[in-house]
Design a protein around this ligand. Structure first.
Ligand code: UDP
Ligand code: MG
Length: 319
């Protein structure tokens, strides 16, 4: 990146089928940035949208030279889009932000002034309420945070959004994690750095629909567990040890009973079946846990790129 092109703030916006909300997002954000009087670039990453997102973004780029875009060859997921944006950003401070205006652009001002003081490397945001979110979703989300924080050494803050402003040093740290199975909430925390949290009430998306189905969220939470804790493997070993001890004690008990009272009846078919079934279940569960970790390892060893971009207006030195 040429030095004279250097911007103060880079904003990365992953977009998947966001044609409806993008014009609103653009207007609000550009207004705030103009008020801040800083040089900026907004990098829209079109994550394989099937609607007119790409055309809308190119339209912004035509009227505003600070608008950059990357268009993916297919849907790679928000994590891939974030990585692509970070990799192609050149700002001294880098923001990641959703397109749906659930992340209020107004907060950019306080984020910027906090980072400029130099005490923090990151200003993150936390929703203190989950107002407007389906109850069942909040229930599972809260359960997920409780469990992962018990199991993982990497702290994952409940209600923390991806919306944050980071220093270039922190972005370099994040980019040095090149894993294929990315779970940004964990990665942001894993790299360390002082983070200041700003809190706000949940805001519903301004237009369009959420891209997260229950199934997608479940997969996302599994990525969190598999990426940031190996505790399930330890639990599998623990269960194996526990049941071996129980079985060993059982054998001794049966042996002693046979010695003391050789005529003891050999009934108990039902309980035997229950025990066999139960142990079979535990075995399958633990093999399943192993399998999950193995499948992630398999994907990592393939070393596939995190995203493939087919079009962009970002000039890179090597091109
Ligand atoms: N997004 C993306 N790729 C995907 C799914 C989502 O780039 O496969 C983007 C989406 O366009 C939005 C952000 O990620 O800018 C957050 O998505 P959404 O608002 O649907 O999630 P929610 O706020 O409901 O958790
Ligand atoms: Mg949203």
């Amino acid at each position: 990146m040429k030095i004279d092109n250097k911007k103060v703030i880079s904003i990365i916006v992953p977009c998947y089928n966001e044609e409806e909300v993008l014009p609103l997002y653009y207007n609000e954000t550009v207004k705030v940035l103009n008020e801040m009087k800083v040089s900026y670039e907004i990098i829209f990453v079109d994550d394989g949208s099937k609607d007119k997102t790409k055309e809308v973004i190119k339209g912004f780029a035509k009227i505003n030279k600070n608008i950059k875009y990357l268009i993916f060859s297919r849907n790679f997921g928000k994590e891939g889009a974030l990585y692509a944006g970070l990799e192609n950003s050149c700002g001294e401070y880098v923001v990641v932000m959703d397109a749906d205006l659930q992340d209020p652009p107004e907060l950019l001002k306080s984020m910027y002034s906090i980072l400029q003081e130099g005490q923090y490397d990151c200003v993150g945001t936390r929703r203190i309420t989950r107002k407007g979110e389906p109850k069942i979703r909040s229930f599972f989300a809260n359960g997920f945070y409780k469990l992962i924080n018990k199991m993982s050494k990497t702290k994952i803050v409940n209600g923390a959004r991806d919306f944050r402003m980071m220093s270039r040093t922190m972005v370099k740290g994040i980019l040095s994690l090149k894993e294929y199975n990315r779970f940004s909430k964990g990665i942001f925390s894993w790299v360390g750095f002082e983070t200041k949290w700003l809190e706000y009430e949940n805001i519903e998306r301004k237009a369009g629909k959420t891209k997260w189905s229950f199934g997608k969220l479940f997969k996302y939470s599994m990525d969190g567990f598999l990426g940031f804790t190996t505790a399930p493997l330890a639990i599998a070993s623990f269960l194996g040890t526990l049941f071996s001890i129980i079985a060993f004690l059982g054998i001794i008990a049966i042996f002693i009973r046979a010695l003391v009272d050789p005529s003891a009846s050999i009934d108990g078919w039902a309980s035997t079946i229950c025990i066999i079934g139960f142990l079979g279940g535990i075995q399958l569960l633990t093999i399943g846990i192993l399998g999950q970790y193995m499948s992630k390892t398999y994907l990592e060893t393939k070393n596939r790129p995190i995203y493939i971009s087919k079009e962009s207006n970002i000039e890179k030195d090597e091109l």
